[in-house]
Design a binder for this molecule. Structure first.
Ligand code: CO
Ligand code: CO
Length: 338
């Protein structure tokens, strides 16, 4: 049997172009404004938001990446969960999707079929129908979805808008990128491997469905830019700083050992490089603990900024592994302290 992750250098969201490089290109291009486009290019949000002028907004996003699991069906399902997540990160309800597929023409078509079946079933779980797509013959496999969702115009979330004093709730464990690296090299226990896979396979649907009952001030999902990267976006776009409490961050325990052994995705290095002067380690965290904070996640959890009372009610209802991981506060020299 072909093990899909053995065919690629980087898996999942860890394959993203380093954010600094992307920024270099995008900052030199001026995008036009468009009427009704409420969230566009400027704020590095999870999706675009378009005003439908009937009290609703349309939300649209696209994600695709190389295999993050060896089994084609599982890879398709994870990729779908990851793509759909950006709609949940905006507080929206996903509806329809198109697939984006790159597949080697010489490879067994049964693999492609199982990738699409995995995506179809995960999409169905989210109430999403895959209604079309585009397939290109290429040297290596890549798969993902462009997803369309909807929300009430006065109810959708952006990554900015956190208040001074808000806490941040994280709904999934981190360390998935490091575990994926270790498991690619067969240097990871099967229990951690299963833990990472089941976390990536979990839709953020339940987190979103519970969170919309509360007053969420800002939200995003944790993906390739790492926990610190996505918190940095939230805090800086809200003109605030953030105090992270590492001891409250939920992570897969074995990721610490794997990081110490050097199983660190290249994306973690570019995240670290980009964020280095924006964060400060004041609590003496070890290198491998920092590595987990810079680790690119695939299909990671939601990060929700709320007041503490709402956060505690949310966590009581959502359950494990959701935790309060820190607090937003007035802007200081660095954006994140931990
Ligand atoms: Co996102
Ligand atoms: Co995305």
């Amino acid at each position: 049997m072909v093990q899909l992750t053995k065919l690629v250098k980087t898996s999942g969201c860890a394959a993203k172009l380093p954010v600094g490089k992307l920024e270099e290109v995008l900052s030199s291009i001026k995008m036009e404004r468009k009427e009704n486009l409420l969230v566009g290019f400027e704020t590095s949000d999870d999706a675009l938001v378009y005003d439908l002028e009937d009290g609703r907004v349309l939300i649209e996003t696209v994600d695709f990446f190389p295999p993050v699991a060896d089994d084609p069906y599982t890879f398709g399902a994870i990729s779908a969960a990851n793509s759909i997540s950006d709609i949940y990160a905006m507080g929206g309800e996903p509806s329809v999707a198109m697939n984006i597929t790159l597949f080697p023409s010489c490879m067994d078509l049964g693999i492609l079929k199982n990738i699409i079946l995995g995506a179809r079933d995960k999409a169905m779980e989210a109430g999403v129908v895959i209604a079309g797509g585009h397939t290109i013959s290429d040297e290596s496999i890549k798969f993902g979805l462009a997803v369309t969702g909807f929300a009430q115009k006065d109810r959708f979330w952006r990554n900015c808008g956190a208040h001074d004093g808000d806490v941040l709730v994280l709904t999934k464990k981190i360390g998935v990128g490091i575990i994926n690296m270790a498991s690619k090299a067969d240097e990871c226990s099967s229990s951690s491997k299963v833990e990472a896979l089941s976390s990536m396979l979990t839709l953020n649907k339940r987190a979103r469905d519970i969170a919309i009952k509360y007053d969420v001030h800002a939200a995003t999902d944790i993906t390739g830019f790492s926990l610190l990267g996505h918190i940095y976006e939230m805090a800086s776009s809200s003109s605030l700083s953030f105090d992270l409490d590492f001891s409250s961050v939920p992570y897969i325990k074995e990721a610490i050992d794997a990081a110490r052994l050097g199983f660190i995705p290249s994306g973690a290095y570019s995240n670290r490089e980009y964020l280095e002067d924006k964060v400060e380690n004041r609590s003496g965290l070890k290198r491998e603990e920092e590595d987990i904070l810079f680790d690119p996640q695939t299909s990671g959890g939601l990060a929700l900024a709320m007041n503490e009372e709402d956060a505690l009610s949310f966590i009581a209802e959502f359950g494990s592994p959701a935790r309060i991981i820190g607090t937003f506060s007035r802007r200081r020299d660095k954006t994140i302290y931990f």
